[in-house]
Design a protein around this ligand. Structure first.
Ligand code: ADP
Ligand code: ZN
Length: 527
């Protein structure tokens, strides 16, 4: 009898073992790979460390032609290509770091069909001669790594990324796409799909819940003392400390060193050799703690990082999530501590002061979400997952807010009022405006929309005279699914079916008071 050809499933499994040395697919990897091999557009949203690279590396081995991988960082490309070489796979980089001779060689090899994966930076992709060359190649599919760079609403926008679709259209034929990202809010996700014209894509979204990470936010006071204590409690364990500025990085690294902690700095101001040395020292356990700007960590695969500290508040929840995600990759203990102060937020806001309006508004919105997260006393995990479009039904029990609950109150009446205010202002405003209307405040905006005449106008005053309080109520309504973000406009909220039900049929609801870090700071200064 004729030998049966291997089923595609068996072939993938064999390649997984023989080439990559893995016994099993993780999560949705296999389904993703099957989908690409079937020639469908594919959208993969998986947290850092989940194994996205394999999702395009393996199909590239099975499909005829060369897979193009678009990746934003030249250093990361180099890493992956070296890794592929170690697996015996012909992968190449095509970017500005190559000499003319090297470029010619890569082109020849690609056109001859010898290259399985070609890594290209978006900048190189937009060059005419690159396009002309790719037109001659046989392309199996295009993978777009770090796809959130496409969206202006994300935290890492790269304008060149928005040209990718047009370029692919120029390459001729129908080329399947796979977009991959570790951070996409529902809004960013929609933006990516629209921009890449892949509304038809099969979406594979893995839960963002990192159950072994403990999240904690503390007021930023006596920070240096707190930091030393914390690091000494984790003595000998690997940790990353993120600071906003190079100067702070140096300062903190020095502070730790004089306190007998094996710490090294990492930032873009160091010469490449020192940077490389410090990174290696961290990977090889010659130092325990790396103090870094956010330049550190992209593509670093150290599984046993036991703590990630944000010495300064991060610019966005996406960034925060990605950075904390570098802790506990092996599934064991991972502690995420952030020091928060509203002053940091104001400082960050100043950075975007001179940017174009859109960019500035967006940066501001990202910061607002960061403030909300930090000051809220609701379960951290619940908030984080909600931010990425997931719903957690119960509190996690494994974050500071769950472990040390703040005061709770009967919020039934508060929620009813807040929801009515959103309905009456026709869901066209942000939380602050709605809160001001509830308090009966007046400003040109409120006047010009005639909101002083609404039934809810001033109705909130009897319950609380504090704008912050009402914003907190509104935010908790979002977490409860009674309100939702308007995906088409920044900062606006609208009511959900569940919210309408609540107005008609209110049932008892408990809310949580926010932290008041500023007041805590005040007490401290008074002492
Ligand atoms: P991501 O890009 O999602 O952050 P990577 O692709 O870098 O993640 O993969 C993270 C780590 O997981 C890598 O060390 C990779 O070799 C490993 N990995 C990926 N898939 C598997 C698998 N099926 N089994 C075991 N390890 C895997
Ligand atoms: Zn929790």
């Amino acid at each position: 009898a004729v030998a049966e050809p291997l089923t595609i499933q068996a072939e993938l499994k064999t390649k997984l073992k023989e080439v990559f040395g893995f016994g099993q697919f993780r999560g949705t990897q296999e389904a993703v790979i099957q989908n690409i091999i079937s020639g469908n557009n594919t959208f993969v949203i998986m947290p850092t460390g989940a194994g996205k690279s394999l999702c395009y590396q393996l199909p590239a081995l099975v499909l005829p032609g060369t897979a193009i991988v678009i990746s934003p960082l030249i250093a990361l490309m180099k890493n992956q290509v070296d890794q592929m070489a170690a697996f015996g796979i012909n992968a190449q980089v095509y970017n500005s770091t190559l000499t003319k001779t090297e470029q010619n060689r890569v082109r020849k090899d690609v056109i001859a069909g010898e290259v399985r994966l070609l890594y290209v930076a978006p900048e190189s992709l937009t060059k005419d001669d690159t396009i002309a060359f790719l037109q001659k190649a046989s392309i199996s599919f295009v993978a777009i790594d770090e796809a959130h760079c496409i969206s202006e609403w994300g935290h890492d926008f790269r304008p060149e990324y928005r040209k990718i679709r047009g370029i692919i259209d120029n390459l001729g034929g129908r080329i399947p796409l796979i977009a991959l990202t570790a951070t996409a809010t529902p809004k960013v996700q929609l933006d990516i799909q629209k921009n890449l014209h892949m509304d038809d894509a099969s979406v594979f979204k893995t839960s963002f819940n990192r159950t072994n990470l403990y999240y904690e936010v503390r007021a930023k006071r006596n920070t240096k003392k707190q930091l030393i204590q914390y690091v000494q409690q984790h003595k000998g364990k690997a940790g990353i400390i993120y600071c906003l500025s190079r100067k702070k990085v140096e300062e903190v690294a020095e502070l730790l060193r004089v306190n007998d902690v094996r710490a090294l700095p990492y930032h873009a101001g160091l010469d490449p050799q020192t940077r490389m040395h410090n990174q290696d020292a961290f990977l090889n356990e010659e130092c325990d703690v790396i103090v870094a700007t956010i330049a550190f960590g992209m593509g670093i695969d150290k599984p046993d990082v036991r703590f990630v500290i944000h010495f300064d508040a991060p610019k966005s929840i996406e960034g925060y999530y990605q950075e904390t995600g570098r802790g506990g990759r092996d599934g064991l203990e991972g502690n995420c501590l952030m020091f928060y102060s509203y002053d940091d937020i104001l400082k960050l806001e100043k950075f975007s002061k001179d940017k174009p309006v859109m960019e500035r508004d967006n940066a501001r919105q990202l910061l607002l979400e960061m403030t909300n997260y930090s000051e809220s006393a609701v379960c951290r995990r619940r908030q984080l997952l909600h931010y990425f479009g997931e719903h957690l039904d119960t509190d996690c029990g494994f974050c500071d807010n769950c472990r040390h609950p703040k005061e709770r109150y009967d919020g039934t009446e508060h929620v009813g009022l807040a929801l009515r205010a959103v309905v009456q202002t026709e869901a066209r405003f942000g939380l602050e405006h709605v809160a001001q209307v509830l308090l009966g405040l007046s400003n040109p905006h409120i006047e010009s929309y005639g909101h002083t005449g609404l039934p809810v106008y001033g109705q909130g005053k009897a319950l609380s005279g504090d704008v912050q309080h009402w914003q907190s109520v509104l935010r908790q309504c979002m977490l409860l699914g009674l309100l939702e973000k308007d995906i088409d406009s920044i900062g606006m909220v609208r009511i959900t079916e569940k919210g309408i039900d609540f107005i008609e049929n209110p049932s008892p609801l408990t809310l949580t008071k926010d932290h008041d870090f500023e007041a805590e700071k005040q007490v401290e200064e008074d002492e």
